[in-house]
Design a protein around this ligand. Structure first.
Ligand SMILES: [Zn+2]
Length: 251
């Protein structure tokens, strides 16, 4: 019979071991084997190399459907148009309804930051996008992940790595030539790389030429000035084009 294994949870009391039934305890400070006989009860630390165990590997297999071609085209169209208007990054939130196995895009209010280039003598968009996840979701939908645009290659930045919560994270690069993708599924602090072909129904599709107008209106700009470079509330309250935007969200 296989010995039972217990997790020693914070503050939880475990029942005493059964007579002549060794068991394992996995605790914050290691693995222990516990035994109780007519003569003794013991708890001894053990090391996994003493247990003749086989190796186990990390893995990730998705059971959700691929992202439909039309949704990919819509995302690309929005990224391309918004980028042409604001010159910066842009993002969408991906929702999923498990029961019907369908996806939906949610366009969040988002802010592109601009800084003044004295060399080019104009305001230039920074390589970051700030947006909020929806507080309320359509009935039956869950928050599944997000997609955002990068200038150049779709490689996750160190900020993306720090910031990404559990879920699917899509980065699109080179939107003006042939779009390329980076797809990561993050769970339990592990970032699993997903081959774009296994998530997109069509990795070669082209952007739609039109996207919903309200989506474009969701993208705001904010100019970084001497007075708001510390990202304090003063900074985020200053927006010469769309005053009063929230400072909450994600980088
Ligand atoms: Zn990024």
């Amino acid at each position: 019979m296989q010995p039972t294994a217990y997790l020693k949870r914070d503050g939880a009391e475990l029942p005493p071991p059964n007579l002549d039934e060794p068991r394992y305890i996995l605790a914050a400070n290691g693995l222990f084997v516990e035994r109780r006989s007519e003569i003794f009860t013991t708890s001894a630390r053990v090391y996994t190399h003493d247990l003749s165990l086989d190796d186990h590997a990390e893995s990730c297999r998705l059971h959700c459907p691929k992202l439909p071609r039309a949704m990919t085209r819509l995302m690309l169209g929005f990224f391309k148009i918004a980028n042409a208007v604001h010159g910066g990054e842009v993002a969408l939130v991906l929702l999923y309804e498990p029961e019907r196995r369908v996806y939906r895009w949610h366009c969040p209010d988002q802010t592109v930051e601009q800084y003044y280039s004295s060399y080019r003598k104009e305001w230039i968009a920074d390589d970051t996008i700030r947006f909020e996840n929806p507080l309320e979701l359509p009935e039956g939908f869950i928050h599944f992940g997000d997609a955002h645009l990068h200038h150049g290659a779709p490689t996750p930045s160190s900020l993306d790595m720090l910031d990404d919560q559990d879920g699917m994270h899509i980065i699109v690069g080179e939107i003006d030539s042939r779009p390329r993708y980076n797809v990561d599924f993050v769970i339990d602090r592990r970032r699993f790389r997903i081959a774009p072909e296994s998530f997109f129904e069509d990795v070669n599709c082209t952007p739609f030429e039109k996207v919903p107008r309200p989506w474009i209106d969701c993208v705001h700009t904010k100019r970084r000035t001497q007075s708001n470079t510390d990202w304090g509330n003063n900074g985020w309250n200053y927006d010469p084009w769309k005053p009063g935007k929230s400072s909450h969200g994600r980088w």
